[in-house]
Design a protein around this ligand. Structure first.
Ligand code: FES
Length: 324
């Protein structure tokens, strides 16, 4: 994660109206406009960038239902090994503090034309899926929400889940193989216009994607959101990037990212996670083959070779031409 990222879009100041323990593993934060005004509208699955007192920027999903705009509620994972952003939020930010946040952005959009919507959450991955479930609930659209947790005490947003009218099942304490078997049972063979949304630990996301693919689910029906990219990044290649709209050609040496190289040469480029998970630095590719190292794009998007996450991905050859 970067020490200081360059945010995209406008920021607004919000006050921490409420901070509370939600289950054993999550701290809830309610963020409201300081003057009690409505906050910007958002789509289910959207997140905000939270600018922390030490300059870090972290992304958190909005858990709210539709039209619930007097505050945003986010959930932050509480764990002893937590470092950086989440640790600062959990340990130092208090009720009454003012934080800068971005306007909501949505990298995890929900389709409204599905004949069946299956939401699969692992741990803190419940946060965007709670917002989706609330939207589907209010729209009287059928859905199932399956929430996998290590133990019953770690269930977050329990009271919010209890008032939903769809099928909401919590699966407690299953080992990896049992989770896999349960996921396969829930998915079943692909049926036209079915969509599955997954959010949770990286290993769970990969397992659900592999299981869905094996059952015939096409990439466009499998939607996922990673909180972080835990895969090792290979930055050993060196190549040139031609920036078509900026009329510049830059050399990217081994050990530097395209994003860093652009910044070193005076360009202001938006970023947030700087680990290939959030989508903020997505840039169009005009020519050249991309060595994708992110977890943001799905397989079809990667195969199309039309865009790149400049914070981690690189060129397979000697040159890339980017639409920037
Ligand atoms: S900054 Fe998040 S994917 Fe590049």
């Amino acid at each position: 994660m970067p020490d200081v990222a360059v945010p995209r879009g406008n920021t607004l100041n919000v006050v921490v109206k409420r901070k509370w323990q939600s289950g054993d593993a999550v701290i809830g934060f309610e963020l409201a406009d300081r003057d009690g005004k409505h906050l910007p509208t958002f789509q289910p699955g959207a997140h905000i960038d939270v600018h922390l007192p030490n300059g870090l920027v972290r992304q958190y999903s909005i858990t709210n239902g539709p039209g619930d705009l007097l505050s945003y509620v986010i959930g932050v994972k509480q764990e002893s090994a937590s470092k950086g952003g989440s640790k600062i939020l959990v340990e130092t930010v208090r009720e009454g503090d003012v934080l800068a946040i971005s306007e909501p952005r949505n990298n995890f959009p929900l389709r409204r034309d599905a004949t069946r919507t299956l939401l699969i959450a692992g741990g803190i991955g419940i946060t965007p899926l709670l917002s989706m479930a609330r939207f589907l609930d209010k729209s009287s659209l059928p859905y199932e929400l399956h929430y996998f947790v290590r133990n019953g005490d770690t269930v977050a947003f329990q009271s919010e889940l209890e008032v939903l009218h769809g099928r909401v099942d919590t699966h407690v304490g299953l080992g990896r193989e049992l989770v896999k078997a349960k996921v396969a049972e829930l998915l079943g063979p692909y049926q036209f216009a079915n969509h599955v949304y997954i959010c949770g630990p990286g290993s769970m996301l990969e397992m659900v994607q592999e299981t869905a693919t094996a059952l015939g689910w096409p990439d466009e029906a499998i939607h996922f959101e990673y909180f972080q990219n835990t895969k090792p990044v290979d930055a050993s290649s060196a190549f040139d990037v031609e920036l078509a709209r900026s009329a510049m050609t830059l050399h990217v040496p081994a050990g530097k990212t395209i994003l860093e190289t652009m910044r070193d040469n005076g360009l202001t480029v938006a970023s947030s996670c700087e680990q290939g998970a959030c989508g903020t630095c997505l840039t169009g590719v005009i020519e050249g083959e991309v060595d994708h190292q992110d977890v943001y794009l799905n397989r079809s998007e990667k195969a199309s070779n039309t865009c790149i996450m400049t914070c981690v991905s690189r060129a397979k050859g000697e040159r890339l031409v980017l639409d920037i």
